[in-house]
Design a protein around this ligand. Sequence first.
Ligand code: C2E
Ligand code: MG
Ligand code: MG
Length: 727
Amino acid sequence: MSNQAANEHGRLVLIVDDDSTTRIIMREVLETEGFRVEEAADGVLALQAFHHCKPDAVLLDIEMPRKDGLAVCAEIRGGDDGIHVPIIMTTGVEDVSAIHRAYEVGATDFIMKPISWAVLAHRLRYILRASDAIAEQRKAALMISGLGKVIENSSNEIYILENESFKFQDVNQSARNNVGYAVEEFADLTIHDLLHGISPIEFVQHLEPLLSGACNEIYIEVDIKRKNGSRYPVEMRIHSFGYEDNVAIAVIAQDITDRKLTEKRMRHLAYFDGLTGLPNRRLFTEELELMIKVALRGSHQVAVLFIDLDNFKRINDTLGHTVGDLLLREVGARLVECVRTSDMVSPRRTPEKNITVSRLGGDEFTVVLNHIYHTDEAILVAERILAALGKPMMLNGHELIVTPSIGISVAPLDSDSFELLLKHADTAMYQAKNAGRNNYQFYDRSMDRSSLERLTLENDLHKAIEAYQFELHYQPLVDLASGATLDLEVLVRWRHPTRGLIFPDKFIELAEEMGTIVQVGEIVLRAACRQFRAWQLAGMKVQRVSVNISSLQFRQPNFAAMVIGILAEAGLQPDALVLELTEGVLLADVEQNIEILRKLKASGIAIAVDDFGTGYSSLSYLKRFPVDILKIDRSFIGDVTDNHDSAGIVTAIVALARSLNLQIVAEGIETAEQLRFLCDLGVDVGQGYLMSKPLPAAELASAVQSGSLSVHILPPVTQANKNISGS
Ligand code: C2E
Ligand code: MG
Ligand code: MG
């Protein structure tokens, strides 16, 4: 076997010849050169052998019995597996027409007889190699045409660009369809004509690492501009590749409109408040952090106005979440309107000098003034906010006024950390609440103590419940005609281990916010019922004990059962108990409340509407509620003798209560003049410092016993209060 023979090892040659000598010599020669050999003695056998052994080449004699070589060749070529097999015809006749016909039926080559045995193997080898090369090419061409189809039909847009000019060499169907240019129009364009938002220089800069060979792929997100001018976002992957001695650039672009929309929606969800559409806490803090950084580099300031609505919880609890939500939206809108028109703050407001409104959650809003030079600017905005929110709102048929308490902190004066700045604004807001609400306060270091105090108070209140640190004081309700004590109102006080006696105005609201009012209320009710029962047994002649009920307590699902249970436990008759509820409590879930009130009333318990007149203005709803007593708020009584409005309101309330057959109690009577006025008006019952302050149980008992709570009614109407009562 020669050197080359090894290369041909295993190649199978089918020898077809009717002359057995020729076949024997051929086999001998070819096998020596490393080929494998099969033989056939005529055309019919040749075809059988071909299909059976699938040779790599056929040596085919033309002149044969039964079926000649030309027919065999034609049939092989006609079959699927014979199209590309090299067929070398052998013939003894130098017949040009036979040679012609042989090529016509698909012969690959020709060897004339007598065969030169020395060159047969070389010749065969050469033909096989040529055939192999053609097969390779065919395979490549097939692949290329397949790839071409894939590229042309790809749903991605594919652009092939010339290297430096960025002109289009080729674009696929998806690109043509999406961009809207015809193939020939692309010829006059470069990729720059399609790009939006990235200049040619920027684009080339982006491609630099690719063109310098530093990387294989560049990835960019950019907008493509259609022929009709519209745009859409794409993600582009860009490669460079060798192309006929040149470098070309392939750009594969994928439309990412949907992804961008989803991203936008997600961003909106993540950064904006669903209820008001305002930026939420996350966006607020991210932006504030950035603004402070910028302010630190410049010489300007950033102010944070922390806005908390006064009594929002009460509105939410009493009028329900629907009204609460409407209110928050309205507040958001008013705040935005406020800062939108605040050009007055700084006439030359540029985008970087913007004012942003955010909702942090609940009833907490912030307004950030970026880029101010003087805190006066914050004052102006705070005052505008107070004015804007102070105007009444009509929501679901309710006229509401909601006032804000505003705390202001300024960076970098108060802090250059956004967390601390917000905390300081929050602290200042609490200070504004303490200062009577509906005002603004700038942060001051001394305030840190009071917010700390609130926190301590919260902790202490939990302990107070466990350790039962409450004391009940009792204030008499006196019959104005006879001076006799009819009822006693129970008022809770907290005996704090270190701070001494704390009054309800310092902790009831906190307890409501914390939810602990439910426990506190139950403690008070139980203790009051027990005490009252003890007094009854001791012979004290007082009709009823009156207990304040907070809204959260009233809304407990088992409220009525709880009250009736406590009465039974104390052995007290239900008609010895009055429950005081504010107007607001009644107005939430009207139907359900009426149901609960009926249940309580049916058992004999009386219901009083406390602080009447401060709430929701509509008097007509009272008719619907099964209530017994109306307690006129002490703010009206306080100036009833020197304020026409108050006198008018009190007169109207008394008339209304009388028409509804309700008992009237005037709260907070401090002067004899007030008492006189109320007596003239025909008010039944009075309560106030004039008669008695709330007293601890022991003191109250002895005061009642000694009859020292007498009422001193002034002599008949003076000219001055006659005028008032007549108006
Ligand atoms: P309220 O139910 O309207 O109670 C009357 C308040 O007016 C009491 O204040 C009482 O001390 C005060 N007062 C009575 N007469 C006069 C007067 O002539 N002049 C002035 N200026 N004030 C007078 P107090 O005890 O500080 O209670 C304040 C509020 O705290 C109560 O108002 C009530 O809403 C609430 N509260 C008190 N105890 C409880 C309780 O056990 N549970 C609940 N939920 N709230 C309570
Ligand atoms: Mg009360
Ligand atoms: Mg009251």
